[in-house]
Design a protein around this ligand. Structure first.
Ligand SMILES: Nc1ncnc2c1ncn2[C@@H]1O[C@H](COP(=O)(O)OP(=O)(O)OP(=O)(O)O)[C@@H](O)[C@H]1O
Length: 228
């Protein structure tokens, strides 16, 4: 469960990136965050990942108030939240297997657990045959699938995706969406910021639209925008 209660974020005095945001996302939902450039999508995601602090308001994640938690506790939050970015952010000097394994090493998983779990998630994203390749030997779609495998390897209950299809052609973007849909079907809450109009319109999931830092639309089976 994710809750934003009267959340505002001011980077520089007088300029509010988010203004009194109230959002409630239940476990298992698939939510698109849409809005034009500068509307506040990335800020919302950074607040959830504790990369930025809200100026006002309260943020609840998995029943925990994360607004004022100590830096010491941030790794615990990050463990329950997987993240996927537009630019993949894989480690170039590690193989596909090692990139995914690294996320488990960071949280202290045993090598036995790693040997068992990594092949399972690589198979889920259809990349078992690329386990020993390096990122630069993969297509963009394959790299994004590795980054999804890395994001879910520790079984997070929330997956955050910041424009995950932004660097991909339409067919490859749909392959990624099918994987995200399957991850959601298995119970993981997904919050995805996107500019991909077609994907949002075809998926018919909840859409939260931001405009100049405020929520201007929140619909159950929403569309990217209204035709004028
Ligand atoms: N680190 C920062 N310092 C100052 N202002 C910032 C900072 N990050 C974002 N902003 C401002 O906050 C507002 C919201 O930016 P944000 O990056 O959240 O928008 P966005 O909806 O993600 O845009 P895009 O679709 O282009 O990624 C913008 O006016 C932006 O200039």
């Amino acid at each position: 469960m994710i809750e934003f209660m009267d959340v505002s974020k001011e980077y520089t005095k007088g300029v509010k990136a988010l203004k009194d945001i109230n959002i409630h996302i239940d476990k298992g939902e698939f939510v698109f965050i849409v809005g034009s450039s500068g509307a506040g999508k990335s800020t919302l995601i950074k607040l959830l990942l504790k990369e930025e602090e809200p100026t006002d308001g309260k943020i609840i994640l998995n029943n925990m108030d994360i607004t004022n938690i100590s830096n010491r506790k941030i790794p615990y939050i990050r463990r329950s939240v997987g993240v996927v970015f537009q630019d993949f952010r894989l480690l170039p000097n590690k193989t596909v297997f090692e990139n995914v394994a690294f996320a488990m090493e960071i949280i202290g998983a045993s090598s036995r657990e790693i040997r068992r779990r990594v092949p399972i998630v690589l198979s889920m994203v259809g990349l078992s045959h690329k386990a020993n390749n390096y990122p630069n030997e993969l297509s963009g779609g394959e790299q994004q699938r590795v980054s999804i495998a890395r994001a879910i390897v520790n079984n997070p209950n929330v997956l955050i995706a910041d424009e995950p299809t932004g660097n991909l052609d339409p067919d490859t973007a749909w392959e990624i969406m099918k994987i995200l849909r399957e991850i959601n079907r298995r119970g993981t809450t997904i919050v995805m910021a996107t500019h991909a109009r077609d994907i949002v319109n075809i998926m018919k999931r909840r859409v939260i639209a931001l405009e100049k830092g405020t929520v201007v639309r929140d619909e159950r089976k929403g569309v990217y925008d209204y035709e004028i």
